[in-house]
Design a protein around this ligand. Structure first.
Ligand SMILES: Cc1ncc(C[n+]2csc(CCOP(=O)(O)OP(=O)(O)O)c2C)c(N)n1
Ligand SMILES: [Mg+2]
Length: 434
């Protein structure tokens, strides 16, 4: 493991025993595959444990298959991305920051915007002015790093928690508040903004993104698609269907799994037995990359590399961004019932992505208190304007739910609209009669 890269098992980010073991296993592989006896013994060992059971015939068959496919395999598909910024904002040993200063400051501005808007939206829900809310705090670096790597013509798909990424990619910020207000205008993305509406169904973004990317490929476009989803989404069929199609048709898509440790109250350890989510890509025949999701520069680089690869026609990439949701799953959740204060403090106090970037910028002489005060003032105004716009948007009549479903409404939809309106008239009549 290269120095500074992220390790899923060792949170200190130092070279760790797991990687050493992994390395030894890989080094021994040529020996093992030439000696079917080792293979069988290994399988017998597996049988004594809780692993899957294979008979000897199958084992021999797998041995032959593996030998031929291993020889043809060019390079390992899974790797850890190099980290750039340590949690204290220092540049990791061996790393350099070569990004443009303006871009680095833009990253920080968006991180601060994300944190400020998030706090405001949580408060609005508490005041009963929006219906529900899924906080982003702790995950800002993934969303900002990914979205800034996109070209304006690329497409972005995200979940209920990915409004910040959408905003960075051009969605007017009031759309996020409108979404959590349950307002249909949230789904009406302005023309020219390549962001699909936020959605609650988990993992659905994967096959949708793959479909869009496939269309781009068929048209010979030089654009790509990025889909954001959570660790829990990888247990849905839609994730696997999307990933499989992406690999088979080699489409220009980047699938980004925000591993924030939890799927509501289900911990990562109950979501998968795989050591990483990133390595699931290997089974689908494309690269998987694990990146420190709280290091905005590392996320930006890993995403940019994956997008460039997609645009060169080399196919999809799965990125696992290791991060943490410091708030509740949603405003109806109480995380103190399923996770410890120690775990929260480890991430909230020790690995905050916003503080990390500020510390880096200050250390590099690119930021100071005066700039911070000006940014906070400007951000407060931007957030206030977005909230005002979202809350002032008039509530449409209920039958508006039939509008904008299709460009040309289908006969079934028209029938439903008529029935709904007749029912509404009927109810009014009943009420008058009473
Ligand atoms: C298809 C589908 N199944 C179940 C749910 C219920 N659900 C809502 S959020 C959630 C957990 C998602 O966890 P994860 O993918 O890790 O995303 P996170 O909320 O952590 O960002 C589930 C199961 C849903 N919204 N959609
Ligand atoms: Mg999650």
């Amino acid at each position: 493991m290269r120095h500074g890269a992220v390790c899923r098992w060792d949170t200190s980010h130092a070279p760790c025993q797991h990687h050493t073991t992994y390395g030894v296993a890989l080094a021994l592989w040529p020996v093992v595959r030439q000696h079917p006896r080792y293979y069988r013994e290994g399988l017998a060992h597996g049988r004594r444990g809780t692993g899957a059971v294979l008979n000897d015939e199958t084992a021999g068959w797998i041995g032959e298959k593996m030998s031929s496919t291993m020889d043809a395999r060019p390079a390992p598909l899974y790797h850890d991305a190099d980290g750039v910024l340590a949690p204290d904002g220092a540049v990791r040993p061996g790393a350099t920051v070569h990004e443009d200063r303006a871009l680095l400051k833009e990253m920080y501005r968006w991180l601060v915007f994300g944190r400020t808007y998030d706090t405001r939206l949580r408060n609005l829900q508490r005041q009963g002015r929006i219906t529900t809310y899924a906080p982003i705090a702790g995950q800002e670096a993934v969303q900002v790093g990914c979205a800034l790597a996109l070209a304006p013509d690329d497409w972005l798909l995200g979940s209920y928690r990915d409004g910040l990424a959408g905003t960075v990619h051009g969605l007017p910020p009031e759309h996020v508040a409108l979404f959590f207000r349950g307002h249909p205008k949230a789904g009406m993305t302005p023309p020219g903004v390549n962001v699909l509406p936020q959605q609650v169904g988990i993992a659905e973004q994967a096959p949708q993104a793959v479909g869009i990317a496939w269309g781009m490929k068929l048209r010979g476009a030089s654009t790509a698609v990025l889909a954001l989803f959570g660790d829990g989404a990888t247990s849905e069929g839609a994730f696997h269907e999307g990933a499989n199609f992406a690999g088979v048709f080699k489409v220009p898509v980047v699938l980004v799994c925000q591993n924030n440790g939890w799927a509501i109250s289900v911990p990562r350890s109950r979501q998968t037995a795989s050591p990483t989510f990133a390595q699931k890509a290997v089974a689908y025949g494309f690269p998987g990359v694990l990146v420190d999701g709280n290091d905005v520069v590392a996320v930006y680089r890993a995403t940019l590399a994956a997008l460039e690869r997609a645009k060169r026609g080399e196919g999809p990439t799965l990125i696992e961004a290791l991060t943490y949701r410091v708030g509740p799953h949603s405003t109806s959740d109480d995380p103190t019932r399923y996770r410890s204060d120690e775990e929260l403090s480890l991430w909230q106090d020790g690995r905050d992505p916003v503080a990390r970037m500020r510390a880096y910028l200050e250390g590099a002489g690119l930021w100071d208190d005066r700039r911070q005060a000006a940014l906070e003032e400007e951000t407060r105004e931007r957030v206030a304007a977005a909230v005002r716009s979202a809350l002032e948007e008039p509530v449409p009549p209920p039958e508006a739910m039939f509008d904008s479903v299709y460009a040309v409404p289908t006969p079934v939809l028209e029938k439903q609209r008529r029935e709904f309106l007749d029912g509404a008239v009927q109810k009014e009549g009943d009420a008058t009669h009473d």
